[in-house]
Design a protein around this ligand. Structure first.
Ligand SMILES: Cc1ncc(COP(=O)(O)O)c(C=O)c1O
Length: 405
């Protein structure tokens, strides 16, 4: 069933999730192994799970829980969880080491450097993934080469260059920048560490997705500490759908009855939504400039593993306008009553913006279809902080709400 609301630039595709299929890559054992790896980082600390109780009351739901990934390893976004884990797995595979027996510190040692030699990791990124790869490469004393799509914010470029990586901003969109990075990796014999997959290139993206599970395992534990058994709803934003697939893959293993999960994307780059609407189980591509303020979600080609999980387990697929994420940024920046402030960037705030939109009387029918009501416990992931501080200020202070205004 499809609901289109032109006034609010909101498109909803409802789905009937298959609760039975489980994904072996995202089970508890793998999640524990990944968490064990991350928890050995010297600056590891679970990111906060912020309960916005006053906002929940205002929006007529029981709980709104926001996982604040701006606090992740000082890198302002969740992405490094995947990139660092994949690079570690890659090195362990090359050198035939068991990742469970070592820590990241050991991979930084002279012994490993000597065995591995001088290597280069290459990737394409809208910013956050590349920053994670550049950080991991620097920590390991290795090189990173990063390709970024046209229109990438200078602040995001500089943040990656600061970590010693060589950055090239292409005149292409994200998906075509990935193809350029792949060509370069093949030409130069560099390690391609990409956060999306395609036929024949699945292992590294799978490791990246597994890395994201740490965010989900932390959230589950934090909810248990709050005496919340499980969320009724989870809202996950998607670019290629790797993050959403990893989190939902884990939750579908964890809970017998999977929470109602809503996948949300910007209208101009809604490849997961488009695939769900097609209803043929296949991935469908969006091309062109993918114009949106949500740089991290500006991807037109789904990740196949991510898509297969979302297709099986998600309850709804939504595409919506940029103004919804801009509203979400402002709401999290201006908490009410005793709620905590969360600094959330363009790709981080879309879910809270969506909850706010759905609280409108005019959208009661959508709320009802999604079974959002006063008993709902809604889990969201603010996946980045102000990764482009200049644009963050324009949105939060000056009321910017699209790429062009
Ligand atoms: C901040 C942020 N949130 C969400 C996503 C979406 O992740 P995925 O591309 O795996 O769907 C990204 C991707 O770069 C991101 O940077």
């Amino acid at each position: 069933m499809k609901i289109i609301n032109e006034k609010f630039e909101l498109n909803v595709q409802l789905s009937n999730p298959n609760m039975k299929i489980q994904n072996k890559y995202f089970n508890q054992t793998n999640a524990n192994a990944v968490r064990n790896f991350h928890s050995k980082f010297s600056n590891y600390k679970p990111t906060p799970l912020v309960a916005l109780d006053a906002l929940a009351e205002k929006m007529n739901v029981s709980k709104i829980l926001v996982k604040d990934e701006s606090k992740r390893f000082g890198l302002n976004a969740f992405k490094v969880l995947g990139g660092a884990y994949a690079i570690a797995k890659l090195i362990c595979k090359e050198l035939k080491i068991d990742i469970n027996a070592i820590d990241f510190g050991y991979l930084k040692s002279d012994e490993i450097k000597e065995k591995l030699g001088n290597v280069t990791f290459i990737t394409a990124t809208d910013g956050n993934h590349g920053r994670g790869i550049a950080w991991a490469a620097k920590e390991l004393g290795q090189n990173a080469v990063i390709y970024m799509p046209k229109g990438s914010a200078l602040n995001r470029v500089k943040a990656i260059e600061k970590l010693g990586a060589k950055v090239t901003v292409t005149n292409l969109n994200y998906d075509d920048s990935v193809r350029v990075a792949l060509e370069e990796s093949e030409k130069n014999g560099w390690f391609m560490v990409q956060d999306t997959a395609w036929e024949g290139y699945e292992e590294i993206p799978r490791w990246i997705m597994q890395g994201y599970m740490t965010m989900a395992t932390e959230a589950v534990e934090q909810m248990e500490d709050m005496e919340i058994k499980k969320p009724t709803h989870v809202i996950l934003q998607a670019g290629v759908g790797a993050m959403a697939g990893a989190v939902l893959g884990y939750l579908s293993n964890k809970y017998k009855k999977v929470p109602k999960t809503i996948i949300v994307e910007p209208t101009e780059a809604a490849c997961i939504y488009k695939s769900a609407v097609a209803g043929d189980g296949k991935m469908h591509i969006v091309d062109g400039d993918l114009t949106t303020i949500m740089a991290g979600l500006a991807c037109g080609e789904p990740n196949p593993l991510g898509w297969s999980i979302l297709n099986e387990h998600a309850s709804a697929f939504i595409s919506c306008g940029d103004y919804i994420s801009a509203n979400g940024m402002r709401i999290l920046a201006n908490p009410i009553k005793n709620d905590e402030r969360v600094i959330s960037g363009e790709s981080g705030a879309i879910s809270i913006g969506l909850i706010n939109l759905l609280s409108l009387n005019e959208l009661a029918d959508v709320r009802e279809k999604l079974e959002i009501n006063e008993d709902s416990v809604i889990l969201l992931f603010s996946t980045e902080g102000d990764t482009d501080p200049e644009n963050y200020m324009k949105v939060v202070w000056e009321g910017k709400y699209s790429k062009t205004n």
